[in-house]
Design a protein around this ligand. Structure first.
Ligand SMILES: C[S@@+](CC[C@H](N)C(=O)[O-])C[C@H]1O[C@@H](n2cnc3c(N)ncnc32)[C@H](O)[C@@H]1O
Length: 356
């Protein structure tokens, strides 16, 4: 069956693309969300029904990694946020089933989609599937999309897995005026889908949407912090010191403060079994947030920076993270650190600068 030749008009809406490339054509097998068993997509009407439901489905897994085909309403939302125009060249991190790449290729026709998949088996399956279905303008590349040097310029780009950093190569590969949907992975809590617009020197976040994606794997995979070793660490650092109570940070607001601080690269937020949160700093001190107060362990440092962040956050009127301004600079072009009323988050290739 050739799905793409059915597409004749030059400019399609996202809804029309969904009709031309139904999700069920891209799921050969999946893990049944109820039974947990791997089943073939086309064997029983009940399985086809499952694929039509508005939920993500696991399409591949080993002991440590899962690949999913995303929830249709979220795929639709992302494609709408991308504002794809006919003739554009589009980058995708995370081919998975190839469904999203097929939808993009309908929207950017006669442009090309370069999609990257790190799991060779999935890349090969998607390549064959897309070829069989007639999506000739999708190029499936096998490899780690976080570390490649892009040989092309893109007007649009999309991540379908959560990462901590915008790779240096994308600062160059996305054209000025282009759009990149980037998924910022956080230590605790939902990921943030960032709609980034490429300005001359940096990316500016136009919108942020809480979301949930699988993490990127490969060389730059998201580090896991071991809760047990944190608990050991505080016991080794000796008795904690109680620090400022931040009286006006009421219990109800603590969730927001935690969310806010999780953005800061100096802190590694960890959920502890009794519901407390702890941040460890580069200097080796640890800060623990309790419902009404804060304790610092080890060398002084964590508290000072947390106080600075909290002061910013309170001066800004206790915003939600998605209401803040965000600019993402390549490391070598980042503004000077410690600018008042700015919070900088340093990653290997990019600096995320938050302000209100
Ligand atoms: C949510 S799934 C993608 C869904 C896909 N877009 C679709 O339409 O089916 C995320 C995919 O990203 C892949 N991935 C993770 N890290 C990657 C990396 N560094 N480079 C390329 N692909 C990666 C995963 O193996 C996984 O298949």
């Amino acid at each position: 069956m050739n799905l793409e030749v059915k597409h004749k008009s030059s400019r399609l809406t996202v809804s029309e693309a969904f009709l031309l490339a139904p999700r069920e054509h891209f799921v050969d097998h999946f893990r049944h969300p109820v039974s947990g068993e791997w089943v073939r997509g086309s064997t029983y009407p009940e399985h086809r029904e499952q694929i039509r439901r508005d939920m993500p489905l696991a399409i591949w897994a080993n002991d440590s990694v899962v690949s999913t085909i995303s929830q249709p309403t979220f795929v639709r939302r992302c494609l709408e946020l991308l504002h794809i125009e006919p003739g554009q060249r589009v980058f995708e991190l995370g081919t998975g089933s190839g469904w999203n790449a097929a939808l993009i290729s309908l929207l950017c026709a006669p442009g090309v989609v370069d999609t990257y998949e790190i799991i060779p088996e999935l890349a090969s399956q998607a390549r064959h599937r897309l070829r069989r279905l007639g999506f000739d303008r999708v190029r499936v590349h096998t490899g780690d999309a976080m570390t490649i040097d892009h040989p092309w310029q893109y007007q649009r780009g999309i991540f379908t897995a959560g990462a901590q950093d915008v790779p240096a190569s994308l600062h160059i590969a996305i054209e000025v005026g282009g759009r990149l949907l980037f998924v910022l992975r956080r230590h605790v809590g939902p990921d943030l889908l960032l709609v980034l617009i490429r300005e001359i020197t940096h990316f500016r976040a136009e919108q942020m949407v809480p979301c949930s994606f699988v993490p990127v794997t490969g060389e730059t995979k998201f580090p896991k912090h071991d809760v047990q070793s944190m608990i050991d660490l505080t016991s080794k650092l000796g008795p904690g010191r109680q620090i400022d109570k931040f009286d006006d940070v009421a219990l109800v607001r603590l969730e927001r403060v935690k969310e806010f601080l999780q953005l800061h690269d100096e802190f590694r937020a960890l959920k502890r079994m009794d519901g407390e949160f702890a941040w460890v700093t580069e200097a080796g001190s640890v800060l623990v947030a309790k419902p009404w107060t804060w304790f610092e362990y080890g060398p002084e440092g964590a508290a000072r920076e947390v106080q600075r962040c909290l002061r910013c956050w309170q001066e800004w009127g206790n915003p939600r993270v998605e209401d803040l301004e965000l600019n993402v600079y390549p490391r070598e072009c980042a503004p000077a650190p410690r600018v008042p009323r700015q919070i900088h988050m340093h990653r290997a290739d990019s600096v995320f600068v938050w302000s209100a």
